[in-house]
Design a protein around this ligand. Structure first.
Ligand code: ARG
Length: 616
């Protein structure tokens, strides 16, 4: 219902310039609160109106942009919603009635806290349809590197966002579970594998076997041929080989499920390259029938891409020995998914090193006549350097989680002098994971960055710890005053500048979601939630609940409860589970550094005796 205001302005504009409300709603935007001195709450660009075909003045009046802006502004009426209309430079600013702002926003937030923002009129056109998001996709027996971690959290964010905005989302994990590496792993396991270790420490054991057999294969021809033989047995679906392979795969999937759960990530399907190797022959036949697949002198099968820009001219789809490749299996997988899931759009999330691969894939699909390939998207991201744990270079996802949890627990032990949280390990892990996610989502996804644990987990500055802390503080306040909360309080006290800034900021939530989904970039939402947390910190400082008259206390509680639900909603979309208690910690406000004058305060994690009610 942030759109209540936008719609109300759009109605007036519609009467004045003849465009439909639906067309006008996206053109009305909320003014960011960081723009100091700006008294307006909403604005519309007159150029945008004209571009959309608005008839602003009669031809006789003609006039330049400024004249039109003034003429249109003069046609706007003041009413219970719009208090003032200001003609700026090519922009019309609207000041909203502050009481109506508080009343409508809080009313909506209390009646439908989960729908606030996400069900806005602005986002309605995006609702419906089915989106398949493929992400994480590690390789069995190989390293789970930082790129897989990034794919996991980015894919999860995209899925959460699309789902929140009303799409049906299918989450697919496409495992690297086929190919020559399985010949090696199978042969290696037959030589040195242990059933016992496969049960007790499966991922580590498989990785050791794989590393070892690779080393041996480098110098021993017989190991190489044993591997080739094992893979042939697999491709021929020979029982014994297949039985070992499927046990290894099952155990790996079970392990991953458990670890993903700790990360708060879930998949609808564990697919993988193995699910499609049997379909590659059909793909190749079709490509041949369409005249797209050519056989080279070396005997490989290639598709000519020269007509489609430079994708290295040729894509190889068949090796000279007739076996298929990564790309062949991806073509088969895309066709199979389209048939099985009937998706409207498909999103692949991998690092930028696979850009060419996906360009080739989409081109081949289009060349085969599949128009839906236009709605396949590759979301790429940059590389993370230097992510290591106390055990050394990251090999297993679990190591990252252990590291996060232990480092966070260390911080907590150092800071907390008395009270221990009920579930310190789980809280530490949740806060640590949020810190990891925020660090990753702060900048454009395409940027590479250097990983630094201390920077990730620091409590001051715009970190995940700060978001969690803000959420926990709000929960603590609301818990303490639960008996005083009122479902429809008198909001007349919420017209002071702190309250108004907070309310105005909440008004922007739907726009931020729209920008995030249009660009498939989380940083807009991160920036919004950080600003929200800073505004909450100032409001908690300046708008006490304890000791205020009952009506004021109720109104403030209602405002804090609204801020909490938007904060939690945004955090969940990012893939962060908000914690409700961090009471063993507190943050000491520090004067803000000069370069960020309107940021309020910077917070420092600090040793503090446990106090039950730190927020009121
Ligand atoms: N398993 C691959 C890797 O680790 C990523 C798979 C990406 N998805 C795909 N459909 N090709 O590099």
């Amino acid at each position: 219902m942030a759109c209540f205001f936008r719609r109300s302005v759009a109605q007036q504009l519609s009467r004045a310039c003849g465009l439909s409300e639906e067309l006008l709603i996206p053109l009305v935007s909320a003014v960011p609160v960081s723009k100091k001195q700006c008294a307006a709450d909403l604005r519309v660009s007159v150029n945008h109106l004209l571009q959309s075909g608005a008839a602003i003045v009669d031809d006789d009046d003609g006039g330049d942009l400024q004249t039109r802006t003034q003429v249109l502004a003069a046609q706007m009426k003041r009413d219970a919603v719009v208090e003032e209309v200001i003609a700026g430079r090519g922009v019309i600013h609207f000041r909203l009635n502050k009481l109506t702002l508080a009343q409508k926003l809080l009313e909506h937030l209390h009646s439908d806290p989960d729908g606030f923002g996400v069900k806005s009129d602005l986002l309605r056109p995006l609702q419906g349809g089915r989106t398949l998001v493929e992400f994480s996709s590690p390789n069995i027996a190989k390293k789970f590197h930082a790129g897989h971690l990034r794919s996991t959290i980015i894919g999860n964010f995209i899925s959460n966002l699309k789902q929140a905005l009303g799409k049906e989302v299918i989450r697919v994990n496409y495992l690297g579970d086929w190919g020559m590496q399985f010949g090696l792993l199978g042969a290696g396991f037959e030589r040195s594998g242990s059933q016992e270790q496969l049960r007790t420490r499966p991922l580590e054991h498989l990785f050791e076997v794989y590393v070892e057999v690779n080393r041996e294969a480098e110098r021993d021809e017989s190991v190489r041929s044993a591997a080739a033989e094992f893979f042939r047995r697999l491709e021929r679906s020979e029982d014994q080989a297949l039985e070992l392979w499927s046990r290894i795969r099952q155990i790996t999937v079970d392990q991953y499920k458990h670890i993903y759960q700790r990360l708060g990530v879930d998949f609808d399907h564990y697919s993988g390259e193995s699910c499609h190797h049997g379909q590659t022959q059909r793909v190749l036949d079709e490509l041949r029938t369409r005249g797209l697949l050519k056989t080279t002198e070396k005997g490989t099968g290639v598709v000519d891409l020269s007509g489609a820009g430079d994708m290295s001219s040729y894509a190889t789809l068949v090796r000279s020995d007739g076996t298929s490749l990564y790309l062949t299996r991806d073509v088969a997988a895309a066709l199979d998914r389209k048939q099985r899931f009937g998706f409207d759009e498909m999103i692949y999330v991998t690092d930028k090193s696979q850009t060419n691969h996906f360009l080739q894939l989409f081109h081949i699909l289009r060349a085969m006549g599949h128009q839906w390939a236009e709605r396949c998207v590759h979301v790429t991201f940059g590389l993370v350097q230097g992510m290591s744990t106390r055990r050394g270079e990251v090999v297993f996802l679990e190591d990252v989680l252990e590291e996060v949890r232990n480092r966070m627990l260390d911080n907590m032990r150092q800071s907390s002098t008395s009270k221990v949280l009920e579930e310190p390990e789980q809280t530490a892990e949740r806060i640590g994971i949020s810190a990891l996610i925020i660090q990753d989502f702060k900048g454009p996804l395409m940027s590479d960055y250097k990983f630094d644990w201390d920077k990730v987990l620091q409590a001051h500055g715009d970190t995940g710890v700060f978001l969690q802390y803000t959420h926990a503080r709000l929960c603590s306040l609301l818990r303490t005053h639960v008996s005083e909360t009122h479902s429809c309080p008198d909001v007349s006290s919420l017209v002071d500048s702190r309250s108004v800034l907070l309310l105005r900021h909440l008004l922007r939530y739907d726009e931020v979601l729209l920008q995030s989904v249009n660009e498939l970039q989380p940083r807009h939402l991160v920036t919004f939630l950080m600003a929200l947390s800073h505004l909450v910190a100032s409001a908690l400082r300046d708008l006490p609940v304890k000791g205020s008259p009952a009506a004021v206390a109720q109104a403030r509680l209602s405002l804090f409860s609204a801020a909490r639900s938007v904060l939690a909603s945004g955090m969940r979309i990012l893939g962060i589970t908000p914690v409700e208690s961090m009471e063993a910690w507190t943050f000491i406000p520090r004067p803000a550094p000069k370069q960020t004058p309107d940021r309020g305060c910077v917070y420092m994690l600090h040793v503090h005796r446990f106090t039950r009610d730190i927020t009121s």
